[in-house]
Each structure stands twice: as C-alpha cells, then as structure tokens.
Design a protein around this ligand. Structure first.
Ligand SMILES: Nc1ncnc2c1ncn2[C@@H]1O[C@H](COP(=O)(O)OP(=O)(O)O)[C@@H](O)[C@H]1O
Ligand SMILES: [Mg+2]
Length: 281
C-alpha cells in the first residue's frame, strides 16, 4: 500500500511507523505539513495514497490538514472527527459518561461562581483541567477553596478563551500509578503502568513506564471507549479508584515510545498491519 505520514515535527513515533511500514513492504511518503500550502478544493497531489497517519504535534495543524486531506478523498488515521472529539476532554468525558462508561465525577463550570458550586459537591482535593492539552500541562489540584480561587483567578485572566471553560473533577486517590492502554482498531495489544511519586503520572513529567498485563475487564473497557469515540489508533488513560478503573481521557494522536520501551512490543508494526487490513476491506 501507499501510506502517508503527515507530521510537523518528526519524533520517535513517526520514524517507527515509517520504518515498520517499509519493513512490511509498503511505500511510505513523509508529508511535512508546514512546508507547502494546502489548497482547498484543488487537490494537493496526495490522492494516490491509500491512507495517511495524522501525526502533527500541533492540534490545529492536525485538524486543518486532516480536514483537507479527507476532502481530497484520502482516509486519515485518525479521522478529523476522532481527533476533534478526543482532543476535547469535555466532549470525551461527556460521551463516555453518557454511554455509561466509568469516568471520575466531572462538572464543567462557566464562571467562578459556578465552579465554587461544583466544588461543594465534588469536595477537596479536586482537579482543574484545560479542555485541550496534554503532558499534564496546566492541570492543577486544589486542596481547598483558597487554592481553587487562586487557580480560577489565573484561568480567568488567560488570553485563550477555552481557559474560561472550567473542567472540574473529583481527585482520585490512585495507587501511585495510572494506566496507559493502547487501542488499535478494536484491540488492546499493549499497556503500561505509569508509576510516579507525583500525583500527575505523565511520563513527560518523569513517571516510570512499567509493562502492564491488564485484566480482561479493563481491556474490554478500553475497547468500548475506543469504539465509542470512533476507533482507529488511540491512547487511553485510566486511573484505579479502590481497584475500579475510571477513564480519564483518550489521546487521538498518541505517543507510544514509552510503551514500546517498557513492553518490547512492536506496536508500530501492529498499527501498520491492523490499519492496512482495515483499508484492504
Ligand atoms: N481526577 C484525577 N484524579 C487523580 N489523578 C488525576 C486526575 N486527573 C488526572 N490525573 C493525573 O494527571 C495526569 C494527566 O491527566 P490527563 O487527564 O491524562 O491529562 P493530559 O492530557 O494532560 O495527559 C493523569 O495521567 C493522572 O496521573
Ligand atoms: Mg493523559
């Protein structure tokens, strides 16, 4: 097959996907998305690709280029719809909760006053998150009302309007780790625990990645969550609350270097094989 990899900055994952695709006998085209303009409605010479992986670090670049390529008739993995839905924590949590999948208790408050009302119900500590973002960035924990007011003050003075959407969540007392599970077209081939002394267990913040053999019940939950947001290739984050899994978020352009390092599993190869067989049908 002819496989495109759309990227802005090339990272370990993009190289691993390109290498795996070539190893498995496919033709790979690397598409550096900031180099050339993308024409609307005239085609960009990519129509011969069987599909492309969307791998931009920047969400806005990912969205813009996914939309244009899909209109050009090239399937994008993940699709525009999946990237848009999963990047938005409000949307993802809403959909998961509505479908009855377990998530931490969460409210969205559109003012300081409404946030304080939500806090009365959630109790302290509680977690405040930006609806867009990753690597644990700008996520804060309020231990009491004084902390919450400080966090809200920062947020209310931020330039980007999305910071005025306050996503407030119960703080889950987890066992020194969370779970990152890899979802690939309906399967959960690899997972890690992210172990840290800090409460935010992102590997970007120094958590240690440890191979995890997830119980079937958690794998099934990850499958259902992935299917619900539209499938493809996803990274699903979960926390354990008294042993019960709760879904924190779903990453639509997942990094997976640490999963491969910790498990030794050829995830890039699996992603190529599964995606190729999806588009062969
Ligand atoms: N409600 C919560 N209770 C306890 N820990 C949390 C909660 N929400 C997030 N965390 C911690 O913060 C990390 C980052 O949160 P997450 O929702 O995955 O956002 P990001 O997109 O920044 O990774 C998680 O991996 C987890 O360790
Ligand atoms: Mg996360």
């Amino acid at each position: 097959m002819r496989i495109g990899i759309v990227y802005d900055l090339i990272r370990w994952e993009e190289r691993a996907l390109a290498e795996a695709a070539e190893r498995l006998g496919h033709e790979v085209r690397l598409i550096q998305v900031t180099r050339d303009p993308l024409w609307l409605g005239y085609g960009n010479g990519l129509g011969d690709l069987d599909f492309v992986f969307q791998r931009c670090v920047s969400y806005y670049r990912a969205m813009a280029s996914a939309m244009i390529l899909e209109e050009e008739g090239v399937p994008v993995v993940n699709s525009y719809q999946v990237i848009a839905g999963t990047e938005d924590k409000l949307y993802t949590t809403l959909k998961l909760a509505k479908a009855g999948l377990p998530v931490p208790k969460t409210a969205v408050a559109l003012s300081k006053e409404a946030s304080l009302k939500a806090a009365e119900k959630l109790g302290y500590p509680l977690v405040v998150k930006p609806i867009y973002g990753s690597w644990g960035r700008m996520i804060a924990r309020a231990m009491n009302e004084e902390n919450l007011l400080e966090i809200l003050e920062f947020r209310e003075h931020m330039q980007s309007p999305h910071f005025k959407v306050h996503y407030l969540q119960e703080y889950v007392e987890k066992p020194g780790r969370d779970i990152r599970a890899c979802y690939v077209w309906g399967e959960v081939p690899a997972a890690i625990y992210r172990v840290s002394e800090r409460w935010k267990t992102n590997t970007a913040l120094g958590a240690e990645a440890v191979a995890a053999n997830l119980p079937d019940e958690i794998k099934e939950l990850v499958r259902r969550a992935g299917d619900l947001v539209g499938g493809g290739v996803l990274g699903v984050d979960l926390v354990e609350k008294n042993g019960e899994p709760l879904i924190l978020e779903i990453n639509g352009i997942p990094q997976f270097k640490n999963v491969v390092r910790a498990t030794g599993y050829d995830l890039a190869g699996k992603i190529i094989e599964s995606t190729v067989s999806m588009f062969k049908r």
